[in-house]
Design a binder for this molecule. Structure first.
Ligand SMILES: Nc1nc2c(c(=O)[nH]1)N[C@H]1C(S)=C(S)[C@@H](COP(=O)(O)OP(=O)(O)OC[C@H]3O[C@@H](n4cnc5c(=O)[nH]c(N)nc54)[C@H](O)[C@@H]3O)O[C@H]1N2
Ligand SMILES: Nc1nc2c(c(=O)[nH]1)N[C@H]1C(S)=C(S)[C@@H](COP(=O)(O)OP(=O)(O)OC[C@H]3O[C@@H](n4cnc5c(=O)[nH]c(N)nc54)[C@H](O)[C@@H]3O)O[C@H]1N2
Ligand code: SF4
Ligand SMILES: [Mo]
Length: 675
């Protein structure tokens, strides 16, 4: 049976090389590529089932036009020509009346390679429309905090973990989001290297670790400052490394660290003094410790400080200077591809911006001109954005002309005037580079587009040409564009020959010692850029006043974490995976359940000032008292009622204007009482 070597496009740091077995035009099996080292011959439990999503009977087959009220999901099929004619006629009319700023292109990155995710952005860039500040729903807080500390550069190569002597998964559930790193780590652990997990939840990763520290949500900066305090107290700082490679250590040591004695750190974090001491001793003794940083701990008001404090630690012991040592958040920063070729083909240097997470506000409040046309692709904000009640109200505006491009009729697509059927990655060719490792690969299509689906790339080209754009990328083939990504590239990809990428997986490696690309060229414990923004310039833990006030009004805090068998809403069409993940649920500690007289498996109401949702209750000591864990974000129809982001507001993080899902406070009660 023919096997096509494709690349997994899901938003996942592993970027597996996959073999898709094709029979009679259908993918019948997907497995990991045994010839690509990092993939190591296996795909995760989700992607093993991707043929179900690809060939799902629920796929959108043709373009459709709305026939009922917005949100009702009533549509009738139309032809592609009719759809494209109507879209371009509406856009041209808006441009003639209000200028291009009356249009918002809201295309995200999920589940595609760089051609398909970036050309829709390029279309709107070239048209000069209002632009999306993308990714604030995801990683802009942690990424900005990292850049403010180390500069725009990737972290430790995960494949160098074979040289590490201690691994800390700090707020990262490897078993959910980084399974191939986990596999490599298991081999290293077999040689005696210890794994420590710092996570409010006893995740599957934490349950398998040598040591789990169940830290209180939002207190990681205090723990990191506490470790630094003890390292300083005990003479465990690598003074030479710090002097040569960091900026501001002495001020941090005299102005901030004295406030983080172990007793205070224990009170803030909910850990014991002994645990804080033991962790610092372990960390101080290791030479090549590797911290795998998760994003979860930054999705709250002071998330940037948390990331900066933790990312500073490997400088204190000199681990950043040694192979296998350091920290890994993302790798992408070191692979300097010229993606602007597709993302910014032409168009004004700057334009009005909309923060990804604040779409509802933008639709309701922007004036001069208001947003009259919205194009959404590869994104399901009616479920995944914070404050989705407001967003859905805004999407219901009758005079807003909304187009949604997706393989499925999502909760967002229900609000569209025109829905367009999208391909999945298995139906389109693309260029992929991992964001969690130093690898790149070309992926061909395994099968042709299903039904009448068109890829994001194809659609952006169709729309670009109809809108009169003449940039070459609107008529070039992906294979012609790919080599341009390498033109003028610097650093570790400068020597890669694009022809090699067409042939198979390519691995590059960052220098063994961590680079810093900050203004000072050093790891900036003191950041002048932050000082100028009025943000504390040195890593510190401070209580957030709004969170503190909310905590006095509501007894529980929301913990959100990725699902093991779902990634956001993208696998919702696989009945097998839906079943494996189980019904959308809320997990509380037995004490919290007992206090409210709630039983395992019953329907409960989660509520606060912003709204309520209905979920199935699970009772488990995997979380601490005071917390309610809601894994994933699930479509409306799957839950008892609603979706968790109805409870979250659109506050911004301290750095990078990111989402604060975990700054959400609430209570839980029996569902019946609500009625
Ligand atoms: N299976 C699966 N894989 C995925 C995804 C998915 O939804 N499902 N999503 C994909 C996407 S879009 C992304 S951005 C990535 C990254 O996905 P992320 O959501 O960043 O996942 P993690 O890095 O595991 O971080 C979440 C972990 O942080 C913990 N955590 C939460 N708050 C805190 C805190 O205050 N302190 C500490 N120390 N820990 C905390 C949570 O309990 C959880 O275990 O994963 C990708 N991969
Ligand atoms: N409470 C809470 N909310 C969160 C998070 C959290 O941790 N807690 N995590 C946040 C994070 S990290 C992220 S990244 C966001 C994710 O938010 P989204 O990007 O909205 O998440 P997905 O459900 O992955 O949505 C992707 C959509 O793309 C469609 N799709 C798949 N492939 C293609 C394609 O090739 N073309 C097109 N046009 N469409 C395609 C899918 O069917 C799906 O509808 O959610 C955020 N929301
Ligand atoms: S582990 Fe990640 S990259 Fe690999 S198959 Fe699963 S989702 Fe895709
Ligand atoms: Mo994300």
């Amino acid at each position: 049976m023919p096997k096509v070597r494709v690349v997994c496009a899901h938003d996942c740091p592993d970027m597996c090389s996959l073999l898709a077995e094709v029979e009679d035009g259908r993918v019948v099996r997907i497995q990991g590529d045994p010839d690509e080292a990092y993939t190591a011959g296996f795909a995760c439990a989700k992607v093993n089932r991707d043929m179900e999503t690809l060939h799902s009977p629920d796929r959108l087959r043709t373009p459709m036009r709305r026939t009922g009220p917005k949100g009702s999901g009533q549509f009738a099929p139309i032809t592609w020509d009719a759809a494209l004619d109507e879209i371009t006629a509406r856009w041209k009319a808006i441009i003639a009346e209000d200028g291009p700023l009356g249009i918002l292109g809201y295309a995200y990155s999920a589940h595609q390679g760089h051609m398909n995710r970036r050309l829709p952005a390029g279309l709107f860039h070239a048209l000069g429309t209002t632009r999306l500040m993308a990714g604030t729903v995801c990683d802009t807080c942690c990424e900005t905090a990292w850049d403010m500390t180390l500069g725009p550069v990737g972290g430790t190569d995960p494949q160098s973990v074979v040289h590490s002597d201690l691994v800390i998964a700090w707020g990262c559930d490897l078993m959910a989001v980084n399974v191939h790193f986990w596999t490599l780590l298991e081999k290293v652990r077999a040689t005696g290297v210890k794994l420590v997990v710092i996570d409010p939840r006893r995740s599957q990763t934490a349950a398998r670790a040598d040591w789990h520290l169940p830290i209180r949500i939002g207190t990681d900066a205090a723990l990191a400052c506490g470790i630094a305090h003890i390292l300083l107290r005990d003479g465990k700082i690598d003074r030479d490394y710090v002097a040569a490679n960091t900026l501001g250590f002495d001020r941090w040591a005299t102005e901030v660290l004295p406030g983080f004695a172990p007793e205070r750190v224990a009170r803030i974090t909910g850990l014991s003094v002994d645990d804080v001491e033991r962790l610092a001793a372990m960390y101080g003794a290791a030479k090549r410790s590797l911290i795998r940083l998760g994003e979860g701990m930054t999705r709250l008001a002071k998330g940037g400080q948390a990331l900066r404090a933790v990312a500073t630690l490997p400088a204190l012991t000199g681990a950043y200077g040694r192979e296998g040592g350091g920290a890994l958040l993302l790798a992408a920063g070191s692979m300097d591809f010229q993606f602007g070729v597709v993302a910014k083909p032409s168009g004004p240097a700057s334009a009005r911006m909309v923060n990804h997470l604040a779409l509802g506000e933008a639709l309701e409040e922007m004036r001069d001109p208001p947003i009259r046309a919205l194009f959404i692709a590869a994104n399901n904000p009616a479920v995944t954005n914070p404050d989705v009640n407001r967003l859905r109200r805004a999407l219901s505006r009758e005079e807003l002309f909304t187009v949604v491009h997706d393989p499925f009729m999502t909760d967002t697509a229900r609000y569209a005037d025109i829905v367009l059927p999208a391909t999945t990655y298995l139906e389109t060719e693309d260029f992929y580079r991992s964001y969690g490792s130093y690898r790149m690969q070309w992926g061909p299509a395994a099968v042709p587009p299903q039904h009448e689906a068109r890829s994001n790339f194809h659609l952006a080209q169709d729309l670009g040409r109809r809108m009169g754009l003449t940039d070459a990328v609107f008529s070039m083939a992906p294979k012609e564009i790919m080599p341009l990504f390498f033109k003028g590239a610097t650093g570790i990809i400068a020597d890669v020959d694009p022809a090699r990428v067409f042939e198979g997986p390519v691995k590059v490696a960052p220098p063994a010692a961590q680079e810093f690309r900050t203004p000072s060229g050093k790891l900036e414990i003191y950041s002048e850029a932050l000082a100028q923004q009025g943000v504390p310039p040195m890593p510190v833990w401070e209580e957030d006043p709004i969170e503190a006030a909310d905590a006095t009004r509501w007894p529980l805090r929301l913990l959100t974490a990725p699902g093991y068998f779902q990634a956001h809403t993208a696998y919702a069409a696989s009945p097998f995976l839906r079943k494996r993940e189980g019904a959308p649920c809320a997990i509380v500690h037995p004490e919290e359940a007992a206090r409210r007289n709630l039983a395992e498996g019953q329907a409960v109401r989660l509520f606060n000032d912003r709204g309520e949702v209905g979920l199935v209750l699970k009772i488990s000591d995997e979380v601490q008292p005071g917390v309610v864990l809601v894994p994933g974000q699930r479509p409306d129809g799957e839950a008892v009622s609603g979706t968790v982001n109805m409870l979250c507001d659109t506050r911004l993080t301290d750095m990078g204007e990111g989402a604060c899902y975990q700054s959400t406070f609430l209570d839980v009660a029996a569902w019946e009482k609500a009625a």
